[in-house]
Structure formats: structure tokens, C-alpha cells
Design a protein around this ligand. Structure first.
Ligand SMILES: C[S@@+](CC[C@H](N)C(=O)[O-])C[C@H]1O[C@@H](n2cnc3c(N)ncnc32)[C@H](O)[C@@H]1O
Length: 281
């Protein structure tokens, strides 16, 4: 049984990195008229309150989105992302945080489609309820996103962004993301894939970026943000990364320009830094 609830972490530094990249990817991918499909294999609960419930207990958003909220010197991709969060907070106060489904939907056009998968027995129905009104563009499946992905690739329009964002609560997720990327590329080699991963001190976590690089079989961009030093106990997340296969043209340059600023803005100690590697042929 799954126990991870994204509400405890919504809007934290990892969400900031992931969602800044998601907004930038969608901005570029929606420039062409042709319909785009966004597949979110681990969609979460959709919308998260930052005023009550899980988020208040951990207050992780204070080291994430809250660090950007009052700043007036945001680089363009970060400003674009913060604007998406502002659109969900009409009175200007930071009260709720939109997860990847809402961020994606905010940028999709009438011709685009959003396919969401969520396995958790509580989160799935919460998510489905939020998108019940937009059944033409959004499909929510209560089930395994890894299995679901196999069934829906390639998309009919042959233009797609696949976000793979597990919690890594299960050790098997480390293998599953590599397999999903490998299988996905066999079915849909021209798709853009974004796989999120945590920076942890476990062997599985340390080896994952290398495994993703081997599975990609195409151009990739690997961007990671460390916000603090790894803990002496060996526990806890000190940052996160995003592995992107087939990054659209201009995306890499955008991230290269943005990461130094983001690493400074979200720094929790003097070790805060970023890493950006790419295979571009
Ligand atoms: C990190 S959260 C997702 C956050 C979301 N993508 C966002 O950016 O707002 C991971 C989610 O995956 C769900 N999950 C775990 N295993 C899954 C699976 N095999 N298929 C689909 N969802 C799964 C968890 O219940 C959790 O809600």
C-alpha cells in the first residue's frame, strides 16, 4: 500500500525545479499548432492547500515557492512559473499550490490533451474530481502510471511530453523509471520525457542518473539542484534532478541561464549548487 502524500511536500524546492522546467518545456512545445499530449504518469492530488493540512505540518513550501513569491528579480522562466502559481491564488497571497496536472492544463490549448495517472486510493479520486468538468481534454486513470504509459504510447498526434514523477517510496521505482524510459523510447522515440529523481545518499539514487543516460538512446539534458549539504546521518533529500530526453531546441540554453539564479535563490547552506550535463548531437 502506498503511504506517500505529495501534500507534505507541495511547493518545496524539488517542485520548484520540476515545475519551472515543466512550464518552460510546455511553452516551447506549444509553439507549433499541432496537438500535443501531456502524459503525467504520477500525477498526485492536483491542488494542495498551503494553509491547512499536510503542507502546514512540514512547511516545506517555505524553502521552495515561498522563497520566490516576494522577489521582483525573477529570471523569465522562473517568473513564468511563479505566474502559473499566482493564477491559482487570486488574492495575491500564497494559499495553495498547483501540482503538475494544473500547471500543465494552464498552458495547454484546446487542441491538446492531458492524460493523468494516479495509483493512490485517496489521491486518485481527489484528482479525478478536480478534472471532471474538463473531460474533453483531460483523462484521469486511477491506476499504475508505468503500465498506463505502455498502453498509450505513441500518442495519435505523435507529439508528446511524458512526465515521470514517482515518489521513490518503493525501491522498485528506481528500476521502473529506467524501464519506462527505455520502453517509452522504443514505442515513441521522438517524444520528450522528463524523469524526476531525488538527490539522496542511497546507492540506488546515486546510480539513477547514469542508468537513465544509458536508457535514453537520444539527446538528453540532466539538470540537478542541490539546496544543502548531504546530511551526516545519510538520511534526507539534499536536492533533486530532472532528466530530460529529447529536450526541445532552446530548452537547454534556458535552463543553463536559469540554474545559477535558482541555486542561489533556494540555497539552504553554502554548498547549494547545480549540475547540468547534456548529450546534444
Ligand atoms: C511526487 S508525487 C507526484 C507529484 C506531481 N507529479 C506534481 O508534480 O505535482 C508522486 C505520486 O505518484 C503516486 N504513485 C506512486 N506510484 C504510482 C504508480 N505506479 N502509478 C501512478 N501513480 C503512482 C503517488 O501516490 C503520488 O501521488
Amino acid at each position: 500500500m502506498l503511504s506517500y502524500r505529495h501534500g507534505f511536500h507541495a511547493g518545496n524546492h524539488a517542485d520548484v525545479l520540476k515545475h519551472v522546467a515543466l512550464v518552460a518545456l510546455l511553452r516551447i512545445l506549444t509553439r507549433k499548432d499541432k496537438p500535443l499530449v501531456v502524459l503525467d504518469t504520477h500525477a498526485g492530488a492536483g491542488m494542495y492547500s498551503l494553509e491547512q493540512g499536510f503542507a502546514v505540518k512540514t512547511a516545506e513550501f517555505r524553502d521552495g515557492i515561498a522563497m520566490l513569491w516576494e522577489r521582483n528579480d525573477l529570471p523569465a522562466p522562473v517568473a513564468d512559473y511563479v505566474d502559473q502559481v499566482r493564477a491559482m491564488n487570486a488574492d495575491g497571497a500564497l494559499r495553495r499550490y498547483p501540482g503538475s496536472p494544473w500547471i500543465a492544463l494552464g498552458l495547454l490549448r484546446p487542441q491538446d490533451r492531458l492524460r493523468l495517472f494516479e495509483l493512490h486510493s485517496t489521491e486518485g479520486p481527489i484528482l479525478a474530481q478536480q478534472f471532471a468538468q474538463d473531460g474533453r481534454r483531460v483523462t484521469v486513470t486511477a491506476g499504475d502510471g508505468f503500465a498506463g504509459l505502455k498502453a498509450v504510447l505513441p500518442p495519435p498526434s505523435r507529439r508528446g511530453l511524458v512526465l515521470v514523477d514517482p515518489s521513490y517510496e518503493l525501491a522498485s521505482d528506481y528500476r521502473a523509471v529506467v524501464t519506462a524510459l527505455h520502453d517509452g523510447m522504443r514505442r515513441f522515440a521522438t517524444g520528450t520525457y522528463a524523469v524526476w529523481y531525488p538527490l539522496l545518499q542511497s546507492r540506488d539514487a546515486i546510480q539513477l542518473p547514469d542508468r537513465l543516460r544509458k536508457a535514453a538512446g537520444a539527446d538528453w539534458l540532466d539538470v540537478a539542484l542541490q539546496v544543502k549539504a548531504p546530511s551526516p546521518t545519510g538520511r534526507g533529500m539534499h536536492g533533486s534532478g530532472l532528466f530530460i530526453v529529447n529536450p526541445p531546441w532552446t530548452f537547454s540554453a534556458l535552463m543553463r541561464d536559469t540554474m545559477p539564479w535558482l541555486a542561489q535563490a533556494l540555497a539552504q547552506d553554502a554548498t547549494a549548487s547545480f549540475r547540468l550535463d547534456a548529450r546534444e548531437t
